[in-house]
Design a protein around this ligand. Structure first.
Ligand SMILES: [Zn+2]
Length: 326
């Protein structure tokens, strides 16, 4: 009996709740320890020659992709044909201390996604050691993105964003980057219509301290997946489903022979993310201005609550804004 979609309906997902739900039959090994001594677990499936390494919650408060990845594992664990073709290694929570505290950073207050070169944190070291030993053919870097992100000038929220990270400052289309682009363009063509064009392309400025940029530079195709939010679904149940479907399309696209000759063109046609999203918008009759409010997330009694963080006065002539709550 599959547990997909029935576990973890909410945003807060500490390690003990995740591990309790994981299928005991699956191969799950510790690849290292966090700052506070929590094990960093990696799930292994399949015996195929195409090796895919995915990780989620390197930012501890970004649980939507972990939930989608859990559903994906539930879906593929019995798919013998796929498991003969591919091998998977999934680190569901690279930052278990951050997952417990519901923080982006680890217990030393370090953003692991700015530590790829320094390897100053035990979580980064565990990852890099595993990466070297496993030698994947494709990496999947899974995150949540904030509600500020919108799709180009479309007035739509970015329910998903993708990126084939750069390998240098010139943003060269290296062989590894082109392979990531090929797979993303496949996913986009399969998927964009059904999500009503709610897919954006993430900023590709190069930063060698970011995992995706670092791994692309090492010659391994890497895809960044950012789960956004669909409308007022603050529990992100819809985008969890989209992550699950994205992972299916990624694996399909990766396993297929490179068919598309215009993958780069398709990729570049994905609108770049804009930041016109506000959690709440309303018209102030006194000033005759629209006000945009953004929320911040807080952990309270083991649940995520949203509080007002900032107000912005928006240009009355501009109508590019998207409000998650009207
Ligand atoms: Zn993140």
């Amino acid at each position: 009996m599959t547990k997909a979609f029935s576990c973890f309906p909410y945003r807060y997902l500490p390690q003990d709740i995740l591990m309790e739900a994981l299928d005991n039959e699956l191969e799950c090994v510790s690849i290292g320890q966090s700052v506070e001594g929590r094990s960093i677990y990696c799930l292994r499936l399949g015996t195929g020659s195409k090796k895919i390494l995915g990780w989620s919650q390197m930012h501890g408060n970004e649980t939507t992709t972990t939930r989608g990845l859990f559903d994906f594992i539930e879906r593929i664990k019995g798919d013998q044909q796929l498991l003969r073709q591919c091998s998977f290694a999934f680190i569901l929570q690279l930052n278990p201390d951050g997952a417990f505290r519901y923080t982006r950073e680890n217990a030393n207050k370090v953003d692991l996604n700015r530590d790829a070169l320094d390897v100053s944190q035990p979580e980064t070291k565990a990852f890099m050691d595993f990466f070297e030993a496993y030698a994947p053919d494709l990496c999947l870097n899974l995150h949540d993105q904030r509600t500020r992100f919108t799709v180009g000038a479309t007035k739509k929220e970015a329910a998903l964003s993708f990126l084939a990270p750069s390998a240098d400052n010139a943003r060269t289309f290296t062989k590894a980057r082109i392979e990531a682009i090929r797979v993303i363009s496949y996913v986009y063509l399969q998927f964009n219509r059904s999500v009503q064009s709610r897919i954006g392309r993430f900023d590709d400025s190069f930063n060698a301290q970011c995992f995706g940029d670092y791994l692309t530079q090492k010659g391994v195709p890497t895809i960044l997946v950012e789960a956004g939010q669909w409308g007022s679904d603050y529990d992100r149940v819809i985008s969890r489903r989209l992550v699950y479907e994205t992972l299916q399309h990624i694996v399909e696209g990766f396993c297929k022979a490179p068919l598309e000759t215009d993958a780069l063109e398709t990729y570049l046609s994905i609108p770049e993310n804009t930041q016109y999203g506000y959690d709440l918008g309303y018209f102030d009759p006194t000033t005759q201005y629209w006000l945009g409010m953004r929320y911040s997330e807080h952990l309270q009694d083991e649940a995520v609550v949203f509080r007002e963080e900032s107000f912005e006065k928006l240009d009355p002539t501009a109508n590019d804004f998207y409000y998650f709550r009207g």
